[in-house]
Design a binder for this molecule. Structure first.
Ligand code: HEM
Length: 177
């Protein structure tokens, strides 16, 4: 499962980057696709820890957490790059001023709400995955991972610019309308 996840991440990045001439757009596509890797692996991890009961925290549990951690950290790196270099983050704040950005719901979403909520989600994923390395009993490891990953899922669901969201909505997949 771990290898499938890592292969999926690399092929998504390769596809997104080779389909465009422009690096910013390629990274935006990668950022878009990695959202699906994060969601699928969050659900798989949550299901696994939910069903674990008293079973030992084993290799499969650790393996399932790794692609999630890699995808989350890659998304963070690309997100920070987009925020600094792209039109919706730092540049917009410098041009319009913080108070003007905060007064506009769309600008506020991209400059503050999306990055902040996602940062919280990535911290939760990191702490959830780190449970694999603690010395607690397996039951506690499963329960804590479950809590952290569930909270991360809620944060991601709230902060993704889903296509149905007015004005801020973005496509399900790169290239779709
Ligand atoms: C779990 C983490 C994250 C997920 C699932 C996520 C998801 C997304 C999605 C689906 C888009 C729309 C992509 C498209 O238009 O095709 C997007 C855009 C964007 N994200 Fe994230 N994101 C995450 C983390 C972050 C972080 C941490 C930052 C900043 C520090 C960030 C900054 C941005 C920016 C600035 C855009 C708009 C870029 C543009 O249109 O030029 N994202 N994100």
């Amino acid at each position: 499962m771990r290898d499938v996840g890592c292969l999926l991440i690399s092929s998504f990045i390769f596809t997104a980057l080779t389909k465009t001439n422009n690096m910013y757009e390629g990274l935006l596509h990668t950022h878009n696709l990695l959202r699906w890797v994060i969601l699928v692996f969050l659900l798989l991890n949550i299901f696994r820890h939910l069903m674990a009961g008293n079973q030992p925290f084993n290799k499969t549990d650790k393996g399932l957490g790794l692609p999630l951690l890699i995808a989350a950290h890659l998304t963070l790196l690309i997100g920070v790059y987009q925020w600094i270099v792209g039109p919706w983050g730092l540049k917009m704040i410098q041009e319009k001023g913080m108070s003007a950005v905060m007064k506009d719901a769309v600008n506020r979403f991209w400059a503050i709400e999306h990055p902040l909520m996602m940062l919280i989600a990535i911290i939760l994923i990191t702490v959830g995955r780190a449970q694999a390395r603690t010395k607690h009993t397996s039951r506690i490891q499963h329960r804590r991972s479950l809590i952290y990953f569930t909270l991360a899922l809620i944060a991601v669901m709230l902060a993704v610019p889903w296509p149905w969201r007015e004005v801020i909505g973005r496509p399900w997949l790169p290239g779709m309308q």
